[in-house]
Design a protein around this ligand. Structure first.
Ligand SMILES: CC(C)(COP(=O)(O)OP(=O)(O)OC[C@H]1O[C@@H](n2cnc3c(N)ncnc32)[C@H](O)[C@@H]1OP(=O)(O)O)[C@@H](O)C(=O)NCCC(=O)NCCS
Length: 163
């Protein structure tokens, strides 16, 4: 039984280069998107509860321990934008994404954020379903956002806290 857990991440620019290489690999494998190291390093993800890494604690702190990440950033006064969200294929569909989402929602309450938005490929129906179930809807069609074709901007309110 692997010891998998979410931990808080550092700002991408402060991440060691071998960790960023694993991030690049994860993005390519799970989203099909090619990112240059410089693009990953320049993502403005602060040190906060919306910066989470999924790691195998038996391998941590080796870069090969990386199993997923959720990178979100404060956006305008009341928003949060998810810049990247990916779970290693072997661990998808086991509740890890939902756990990170719930953690992000709690962080949004702490920061008085009222909406969450993100970009997703039009072809990625499973991710759209994940977000739709959680109250987000397609607001804008993005014609030239992805190299591979159409994208959607999805947006929705931060759900009320569970009493
Ligand atoms: C989208 C993603 C982050 C969700 O994380 P996850 O850990 O797989 O999600 P969960 O295990 O918490 O399951 C989420 C939902 O998918 C459903 N699900 C599980 N396995 C599934 C499968 N094989 N096919 C379709 N749906 C599935 C679950 O029932 C759950 O349903 P719910 O929303 O009604 O609760 C993850 O699947 C992923 O990394 N996908 C590839 C990269 C990607 O598309 N990222 C998003 C870019 S915007």
């Amino acid at each position: 039984m692997r010891n998998i857990q979410w931990i808080l991440g550092v700002e991408p620019v402060k991440m060691p280069a071998d960790w960023r290489a694993m991030v690049k690999d994860l993005f390519l494998k799970e989203t099909g998107e090619v990112y240059a190291d410089a693009s990953i390093a320049s993502l403005p993800i602060p040190l906060w509860d919306g910066n989470m890494l999924l790691v195998d604690m038996d391998l941590y702190p080796e870069p090969s321990s990386l199993r997923g990440l959720l990178w979100a950033l404060p956006f305008l006064d009341e928003g949060v934008r998810i810049a990247a969200f990916a779970i290693h294929a072997d661990l998808q569909g086991q509740g890890w994404g939902s756990q990170a989402w719930n953690h992000l929602v709690a962080a949004c309450h702490g920061e008085k954020k009222s909406f969450i938005q993100l970009e997703v490929k039009a072809s990625n129906q499973r991710a759209q379903e994940f977000y739709r179930t959680r109250g987000l809807d397609v607001e804008v069609h993005l014609e030239n956002y992805y190299q591979s074709g159409l994208g959607y901007m999805m947006k929705g309110p931060v759900p009320a806290p569970v009493p």
